[in-house]
Design a protein around this ligand. Structure first.
Ligand SMILES: [Zn+2]
Length: 90
């Protein structure tokens, strides 16, 4: 288990993620929004993600089925994490 820290660009939002297999499961999603962002991501369960700062400045973007939740900092606009439509517990 490896814990990594991340943040948005303006640092108002900070989070920690527990990676069970380190950086082994890093991938790119090909859905319409992720392909435009070009972000790489690691899949973890919700209890392995902790927003440690700035939860109040996170906004969520949803469309279509409104199951997936794409979180971003509403100050700097940077995507921080999302909950998937296919596996909403991740
Ligand atoms: Zn920010």
């Amino acid at each position: 288990m490896q814990t990594v820290k991340g943040s948005c660009h303006c640092k108002r939002v900070e989070f920690e993620v527990d990676l069970i297999n380190g950086h082994q499961n890093i991938r790119r999603c090909n859905c319409s929004i992720c392909s435009k962002k070009g972000a790489v991501m690691a899949g973890v369960t919700l209890d392995n993600l902790r927003v440690t700062r700035g939860a109040d400045v996170l906004s969520v973007y949803q469309w279509n089925t409104k199951i997936a939740k794409h979180y971003f900092c509403r100050v700097c606009g940077i995507y921080t994490h999302h909950q998937r439509r296919s596996v909403p517990t991740e």
